[in-house]
Design a protein around this ligand. Structure first.
Ligand code: HSE
Length: 306
């Protein structure tokens, strides 16, 4: 095989109660990468369509991640990468992670799968780091594995695939402004007190139990963020109005996706999800905010060949 085309999905990270450690992939939006073997003995970004990202080898998340994989394998081969960049950078839905994951997944496939999928995360993280400076693996793990994941950032990026209830859906709204992850992390406090940490521990524990027990009341009460939302909400267009509307209409939670500006809600049942999406669409339209919106199950596919 000399050429491969892959789809690498957008993702929502944090998921209210799991700052930097929870995430899920999103159906229907992702970057497409066409990767070809080349004689040039290096990775070259030959074309970028869609949204603009750097094409220099040391700045593009896909080439940095791909080169990290080649260096690790000790392989002196070249690859050309065409990126159809469909996820806007600075969207809060894992734009840089998607390209980085697409590159390592595609190159590994062209090399005949020398590494298992779960071994690719560390190389995709090199690309993620170039783009966002900080490097939690929540978006990368979501794009790589698909579905709902828990990732351990301090120990080899171990990933747990969490059970996603079949009737659990997310609505994602992406107002088309850019917030850099690095900027969005600067507004966060460096430390939290023990009471805040304890509250967050009970939230994430409760949420994970609710996924196994299908206890949606516990899920709703557990989907709370004591760590970041209050510091970031002011930068997210219409956050309070969207949040109030979604919760009043029956969402289980409504919070910022990753570092923003995207907002997501979790909702039981797909018909309810489409109804709440329409209500939020109306808010953005009334306020004249350009946006895209998506409805996704929580077991959307991770990166795959197309
Ligand atoms: N979880 C990160 C944050 C974003 O909220 O800053 C993506 O890794």
């Amino acid at each position: 095989m000399k050429q491969i085309k892959v789809f690498s999905p957008a993702s929502v990270s944090n998921v209210c109660c799991g700052f930097d450690v929870l995430g899920f992939s999103v159906d229907g939006i992702g970057d497409e990468l066409t990767i070809s073997k080349s004689k040039k003995k290096k990775i070259t970004i030959t074309k970028i369509s869609g949204f603009t990202v750097p094409s220099e080898n040391n700045k593009n998340t896909a080439s940095v991640a791909g080169q990290a994989l080649l260096d690790h394998l000790g392989i002196n081969e070249g690859f050309d990468i065409e990126i159809n960049k469909k996820i806007k950078p600075g969207s809060g839905i894992g734009s840089s992670a998607a390209s980085a994951v697409g590159a390592v997944f595609g190159i590994n496939k062209l090399l005949g799968d020398p590494l298992k999928k779960e071994q690719l995360i560390q190389f995709a993280m090199m690309g993620e780091f170039v783009s966002s400076q900080s490097a939690p693996a929540d978006n990368v793990a979501s794009a790589l594995h698909g579905g709902l994941i828990l990732v351990n950032n301090h120990q080899n990026y171990e990933v747990v695939n969490l059970p996603a209830p079949k009737n659990l859906y997310a609505v994602v709204h992406h107002p088309l402004i850019e917030i850099k992850t690095s900027d969005s992390r600067v507004v966060l406090p460096k430390n939290v007190d023990l009471e805040t940490a304890s509250n967050q521990l009970s939230s994430i524990g409760g949420f994970i139990h609710s996924l196994h027990s299908l206890d949606f009341l516990l899920m709703k009460s557990s989907l709370t963020d004591h760590l970041v939302e209050k510091y970031r909400a002011q930068y997210v267009p219409a956050f309070l109005e969207v949040n109030d509307t979604a919760m009043a209409k029956g969402a289980l939670c409504c919070s910022i996706s990753g570092s923003g500006p995207s907002i997501f809600c979790l909702i039981k049942d797909s018909s309810e999800a489409y109804r709440i999406r329409t209500e939020i669409d109306k808010i953005y339209s009334r306020l004249g905010i350009k946006f895209n919106s998506y409805v996704t199950s929580l077991d959307a596919k991770g990166v795959h060949v197309i």
